[in-house]
Write a protein that binds this ligand. Structure first.
Ligand SMILES: Nc1ncnc2c1ncn2[C@@H]1O[C@H](COP(=O)(O)OP(=O)(O)O)[C@@H](O)[C@H]1O
Ligand SMILES: [Mg+2]
Length: 256
């Protein structure tokens, strides 16, 4: 099982990159594939042509609130992990033809943490075991990912934009990953669609992480996102998609 996580500042193109990476994996026949939206923006589903509400699926945060807080009490003999896992499988996991999907969501009750977080993490570990590839679209904070979702991943992709803040983000994200004992094999840099291509080698030299290439700025991608169309339906020769494919080749996941 391989877990790939996309991070970066807001608006750098994390969700569209995750969707295009999914398109690569689907075309390469990689299965079973799970996509996890851990971004509070929650726009990955739409980029994949999914409507979770319509499909009758709830976010993990909603399921946690519903299972542990609103219902209250304990069900004798059923551990919190088993309870959340069965809710997740029944009411959270969307099962599609080429990939499965779940959303972390935003409704999270702060302050009533430890039990739901550890139960969720254990439940997720058990659910994700069924997949060969897990792609996570993650908000900036790896500490949240570590606490709630996964503390062991294979690849972290930090998407850069044209700001200095974006380079600071890389340093901070790497530092946090180390601080919270997040295990990972690779920490990669990717130029987002607004990142100046010529700064790639400078970012690599300054930050000392491998730079995999740049996502091409593409009007068709922007148009699809604005109009709520699935990025999976982009033509195979779309320039942004081709650039993401080249990036995935550089990781060694994709060969042609
Ligand atoms: N390759 C691209 N070319 C042009 N516009 C893009 C591209 N990728 C994303 N965008 C636009 O940038 C905005 C932010 O993209 P998104 O993937 O949602 O970023 P993030 O998830 O990092 O917040 C969207 O409005 C989208 O249309
Ligand atoms: Mg996003």
């Amino acid at each position: 099982m391989k877990t790939l996580v996309t991070i970066g500042r807001g608006g750098t193109g994390k969700s569209s990159f995750t969707a295009l990476m999914a398109k690569c994996f689907i075309e390469a026949g990689f299965a079973p594939l799970l996509l996890v939206d851990a971004d509070p923006d929650q726009n990955l589903a739409e980029m994949l042509g999914l409507d979770l509400k319509e499909a009758g699926k709830a976010t993990m945060a909603e399921l946690i609130v519903d299972t542990f807080i609103e219902k209250g009490g304990t069900t004798v003999g059923v551990s919190p992990t088993e309870r959340i896992e069965s809710r997740l499988l029944a009411n959270g996991l969307y099962e599609g033809e080429h990939f499965d999907f779940m959303s972390v969501g935003t409704k999270w009750v702060e302050g009533c943490y430890c039990m739901p977080n550890s139960a969720l993490k254990a439940a997720l570990e058990s659910v994700t075991k069924n997949y060969q590839y897990v792609l996570i679209d993650s908000p900036a904070g790896l500490e949240h990912l570590n606490r709630r979702i996964a503390s062991k991943v294979n690849d972290i992709f930090d998407i850069l934009d044209h700001s200095k803040k974006s380079l600071d983000h890389v340093k901070r994200a790497y530092h946090i990953a180390k601080e919270v004992d997040m295990e990972f094999d690779n920490f990669y840099l990717i130029g987002g669609y607004r990142f100046p291509a010529e700064l790639g080698s400078k970012a690599e030299a300054d930050l000392k992480f491998k730079y995999l290439g740049k996502i091409v700025a593409d009007e068709q991608v922007d148009d699809y996102v604005l109009n709520g169309k699935s990025l999976l339906d982009l033509p195979s020769d779309n320039a942004a998609f081709a650039s993401v494919k080249a990036i995935m080749k550089a990781t060694g996941y994709i060969h042609q």
